[in-house]
Design a protein around this ligand. Structure first.
Ligand code: FES
Length: 167
């Protein structure tokens, strides 16, 4: 017989360590995966969202363009619907955010009959000029944000809102 016999105490120690380690790994792996999963996800094709708006159909009159996209927040994915006020200024396409810079209500083009050529916020009677500049004397203290835009196959793509570059 060999002198390298494993005692009953050692056998139990090895067995419990092995089983305990296996069980601990089984509990920890899902937690680790859960924590790092969003980091491992592939990003989308880009930061622009396809809309159903043909660029050729735009005019110099602001038109509301709705668009939706999937928003990934950690492991939770939701469908977000948003909109932009879009018009042509010569050959340029301008897309403005509808979010009022006062308290975040949604502005409408021509919503105030007394000022049909301005954006109007019905919450506190805020007004903006066509280029998004806030009208002095009304509540908003800054201009509407401007969306980055792109074009694909004649259709408008909307990007992130950025500071207004028209003013
Ligand atoms: S939220 Fe638009 S004017 Fe107040």
């Amino acid at each position: 017989m060999s002198n390298n016999r494993v005692s009953r105490r050692q056998f139990l120690g090895y067995t419990l360590t092995g089983v305990g380690g296996f069980m601990a790994a089984g509990m920890l792996m899902p937690m680790v995966r859960f924590a790092v999963d969003p980091i491992l996800q592939k990003k989308g094709d880009g930061d622009f969202v396809q809309t159903a708006q043909k660029i050729s159909e735009l005019s110099n009159e602001p038109t509301r363009v709705d668009f939706s996209y999937e928003q990934v927040d950690g492991w939770y994915t939701s469908e977000v619907t948003n909109s932009a006020w879009v018009y042509k200024d010569g050959d340029n396409v301008i897309a403005l955010s509808p979010v009022c810079k006062h308290l975040g209500c949604t502005v409408n083009w021509g919503g105030d009959t007394a000022h049909p050529d301005q954006f109007f916020c019905p919450c506190h009677l805020g007004r903006y000029e066509k280029n998004g500049k806030n009208v002095a004397g009304t509540p908003p203290l800054g201009p509407l944000d401007q969306y980055e835009i792109s074009e694909k196959d004649g259709f408008l793509l909307i990007g992130k809102p950025t500071e207004n570059t028209l003013i």
